[in-house]
Design a protein around this ligand. Sequence first.
Ligand SMILES: [Zn+2]
Length: 183
Amino acid sequence: MGGHMGDFVEDCLHSSGLRVEPGSEFRCPACEARLDVEGVERWVRAAEEARDEAYSLIEGDGFTRIVLEERQREVYRRRKVLYELRDIPRSVAARPEMILVSYNAAEDAYECRIFYKEPRPVWGLERIEVEAELDSILALRAHPDPNVRLASGKVEEFHAFRQRSDGRDGYSPQRRVFYQNEI
Ligand SMILES: [Zn+2]
């Protein structure tokens, strides 16, 4: 990155959050960095980019999955800081506009991606993974995020459909997209 304003990202993760300072600035109590709203937005984007980088590496490798999950958590943490600073209320009522369920044969699991219209809810999960067996899928019904509960119903539907079509003509669907009118 060079001697550029974004460098603090590598040095300090601002793990204890940011404090509001007079003059519409924010301060990290750990490293004393001062950021304006755009600086905080860049800080969030840096985490999103790091996450996307890990996403492109992911090929069923357990280690990259752990890295990806950690980076995803960092994205949520930074977004939460940003939205709290901006004092934007939680949009818990936001509904997904699309849910993509895909079957990962190597792990015998489903990956479920939830897509939101902007602005997406800060606390909303974008990706869940669940073993391809009914009990694990049903356990998601108790998840605190209403959109995960909603998505679990779609995974259940897809799972049932795959089980019915398995063995018939040797064809079993690998993925299914649910659009808003089906959600
Ligand atoms: Zn800091």
